[in-house]
Structure formats: C-alpha cells, structure tokens
Design a protein around this ligand. Structure first.
Ligand SMILES: CC(=O)SCCNC(=O)CCNC(=O)[C@H](O)C(C)(C)COP(=O)(O)OP(=O)(O)OC[C@H]1O[C@@H](n2cnc3c(N)ncnc32)[C@H](O)[C@@H]1OP(=O)(O)O
Length: 408
C-alpha cells in the first residue's frame, strides 16, 4: 500500500489535481481547460494521494441518480482517475480505490459505476463489465426498410447546442428512466458538454445539434460532429459522428437517424449505440451496420445486500451464494438472495452454497445486460447446485439492455 496520505481537496487545489490527471492521460488541453471543468467537480468526493506537495494520484466520484432495473438509485460515478508517471506501479491507485469504496459504503452508496480508460484496470477492484456499447459505422445514405416509421409532421430544427440545453435535458430526462445505466445529467455536466471547447473536438468540426420537432414541441435531438474530407479522386469523404441521439418515440428516433444518414458530403456515419438499438431493425440491409463491442459501463457492488435488494428481477429466485470479495471484505461470505412476488431480499445465510462466484460477476449482471452462465463456462463461477447460474441469469436479465449513453 502507498504510504501517501489521502484526502479530499479544496477548490484552490483543483489545478494540481487537473495537472496530475492531464499528465497521466498524456493530455494536450490548454491551461484554461481546468477552469472549464471547475463547475462539475464534486470537491467533497475527490481523493488525492499527496507525496508532500505533489498530487501523486487522484480519483473522484459524482453522486449520480442512475436507472437500474425497475428503479432509480444513488450510484457513485467514478472518474478523474490518474497517477503521475513518476509514481506509477507503487500501489497508489489501489490505495485510492480501497479508500473510495470504503467512503462510498460509509456514505450509504451501494453501487459504483465507471468508464475505464483501459479494460485491464478495474476487474481487480471487483468491477464487472456490465453494459456494452456498440461502436457502429454505417455508409452515408444507408436505406431504411419499408416498414420504418415515418411521421410527416416531424421536421428538423438546427440549433446551437448551447441554446438547446432545455430541450436536450427534457428529452434525455424522459428517455433515461427507461434504460438501466442511464443517469440524470446534472445541469453543469450538460453545460460542459454543449460548451464545445475547441480542444475537445479532436480534429472534427464543431458540435452541432438537431431537434426533431412538430407543433407539440421537441420530440428528440441529435448531437453530432462532422469531420469534412475529400479523397484522392476529389470525392467527398466526410464522417459524421453522433454523440447523442434520442427520440421520445420510435418515429422521432428514426427521423433523427434518417437526418444523420442523409447529410450531404458524408460517406460514413459513426455512433455508439446500445446492443438493442432500433437502428439495426430500421435498416433495409442490416449488413450496412458494422459494429464492434465496447466495454462501456463497469459496475461494482459496494454494499452487496442493499444493492441486490434495490433492483427488480425478471423471475422468482431463491439461491444461496458464496461470494468472494477481497477488496470489500464486508461483502464476502454466504448470502441468500430471494425474489418472491416481485420483492427482492438479500440476507446473510449459513445454508450450503448453491453457487460460488466473485463479486465482479454480480456487478456484471447487475444492470440486466449480462448473464451469469458464461462465468460458469469460463470457470470463474461454480454451481454446487446445478442449474443455479441459469436460474440467476433468467432472474437478472432485463430489457431494455443497459447503456449509459454518455461517458463521464
Ligand atoms: C474511471 C477512470 O477515470 S479511468 C482512468 C484511469 N487512468 C488512466 O488510464 C491514466 C493513465 N494511467 C494511470 O494514471 C495509472 O497507470 C493507473 C491509474 C491506471 C494505475 O495507477 P498505479 O498507481 O500505477 O496502479 P497500482 O500501482 O495501484 O497498480 C495496482 C495493480 O494494477 C495493475 N495495473 C495498473 N495499471 C494497469 C493498467 N493500465 N493495465 C493493467 N494493469 C494495471 C498493476 O500492475 C498492479 O497489479 P498487481 O497488483 O498485480 O501488481
């Protein structure tokens, strides 16, 4: 463990925090970028390991309201993690993670979530890969199937993203409640997103916003960038990247995808969508959609019993689990999870275990997007009572599939 003392920072120490994370990420943001982030920093939830005056390593978490199957829960959104290259591989991150998990538990937060910079980092701390994002690429102009919904009342209104905060927030707030993994955007986070600072464009054009409207008001929005380009034969070769696209109803969502696909001088449309996105069903030729999996949202059950009792399940269940958890020993041991008449309970148990599994497997299954059977097939979970993993998979499964829509 690191010998460095760990504490929260005061607002005046934010430049030191930011400088450490910028260095860790090999960032090239200008100095004023630290100030842009200031309004979104939850100072009482920051943790910095100080080597003397030097911020050797940092982590923080937002206090989010996140949709979980059947409910909305207080979830810690872990972010801003970095260790100075001069202090790496001395256990600084491990100390920060252990301290953060203990703090969250003391604060009554039973679930933590994060987007990982690298897939190999967080499994060791009990996080499980809970929500996939599909990185999709489509040819510009890709046609829709004849049955795709259309509504002649809809039209597109192009707006400055910063001028559409209210409309964007209203649509996002309505759709987030339906899908596990989506979390309420604090207004300052949305403001930071739409501020569209030059250094966040990474070579693409400015952030653009399109609203799908009819006389009733706004029924959806798309936030996107276009990287214009031309190939060696002077043909347009632009790439349109969708950052966010949500419709309040299927016709509005289809209308916004149609708008993105029909942009002139664009040959490729890119987006990250949930695995059950309607986009594939909308296409006349589903092979137009090329996709690869991304490990978007990692979930950690900080306090296993209240976390498991706080979500809804798709089938009745009565299992005794032997849970392994070295990082949060209060979770380790035998628990009986029951789901009866739609009510879940999780209590300590002395009965023989039906299943033995690591806490990360429960995190991976928590949002309903990943079954537990593959953990058995991989030899990472055992079932002394055969069939338990299958029964758990059926109970944990949820539709729609989890997705956070936006990293944090
Ligand atoms: C939610 C987020 O914010 S994600 C952002 C994470 N930050 C970054 O990617 C920025 C660049 N990287 C860094 O700042 C650092 O390398 C960190 C934060 C990833 C790791 O910090 P360190 O203090 O070096 O990690 P620490 O020494 O505690 O390592 C603990 C263990 O994790 C392993 N580990 C650390 N980083 C990595 C990695 N990137 N890939 C694989 N394993 C890793 C170590 O080898 C060690 O393993 P061991 O216990 O078997 O010996």
């Amino acid at each position: 463990m690191t010998p460095y003392p760990i504490r929260a920072i005061e607002p005046g120490e934010w430049p030191a925090y930011y400088a450490t994370v910028r260095e860790a990420f090999n960032g090239s943001e200008p100095p004023e970028a630290a100030g842009h982030l200031l309004p979104v920093v939850p100072f009482d939830r920051t943790l910095v390991a100080f080597d003397g005056e030097v911020a050797a390593g940092c982590a923080m978490s937002h206090g989010f309201r996140m949709t979980v199957p059947g409910d909305v829960l207080a979830v810690a959104g872990v972010t801003g993690v970095g260790v100075l290259p001069s202090h790496r591989r001395r256990g600084v991150l491990s100390s920060l993670m252990r301290r953060q998990l203990a703090d969250l538990r003391a604060n009554g937060e039973s679930v933590a979530a994060l987007y990982a910079s690298e897939g190999a980092i967080y499994g060791r701390y009990g996080y499980g890969m809970a929500a996939d994002g599909l990185r999709v690429s489509l040819p510009g102009g890709a046609r829709f199937a004849p049955h795709a919904p259309s509504d002649p009342a809809l039209r597109i209104r192009l707006v400055e993203p910063g001028a559409a905060e209210a409309e964007i927030a209203a649509v996002f707030d309505a759709v987030r409640l339906a899908r596990p993994g989506m979390y309420a955007w604090p207004p300052e986070l949305l403001r930071y997103l739409v501020a569209d600072h030059e250094y966040r464009r990474h070579g693409a054009g400015p952030l653009r916003a399109a609203l799908a409207v009819d006389e009733s008001g706004t029924r959806g929005y798309a936030l996107f960038r276009v990287r214009s380009g031309w190939d060696d034969d002077d043909r347009a070769d632009g790439v349109l990247s969708v950052l966010d696209l949500h419709g309040l109803d299927p016709a509005a969502e289809a209308f916004l995808w149609r708008f993105a696909l029909d942009r002139d001088l664009v040959t490729t449309v890119k987006a990250t969508v949930p695995v059950d996105s309607p986009l594939r069903s909308l296409l006349a030729d589903p092979r137009d959609l090329r996709a690869r999996f991304g490990d978007d949202l990692w979930i950690r059950l900080v306090d296993l019993a209240p976390a498991l009792a706080s979500r809804a399940y798709s089938a009745p269940l009565d299992v005794v689990m032997e849970v392994a958890d070295e990082v949060c020993p209060w979770n380790a041991g035998r628990w009986r999870l029951t789901v009866k008449e739609g009510r879940a309970a999780c209590e300590p148990s002395d009965a023989p275990a039906d299943v033995e599994l690591p806490v990360a497997a429960l995190g991976a299954a928590y949002l309903g997007g990943r079954g537990l059977v593959p953990f058995g097939a991989a030899g990472l979970a055992r079932e002394p009572r055969p069939g338990t993993l299958r029964a758990m998979s059926a109970a944990f499964a949820w539709d729609p599939k989890p997705w956070a829509a936006h990293g944090f």
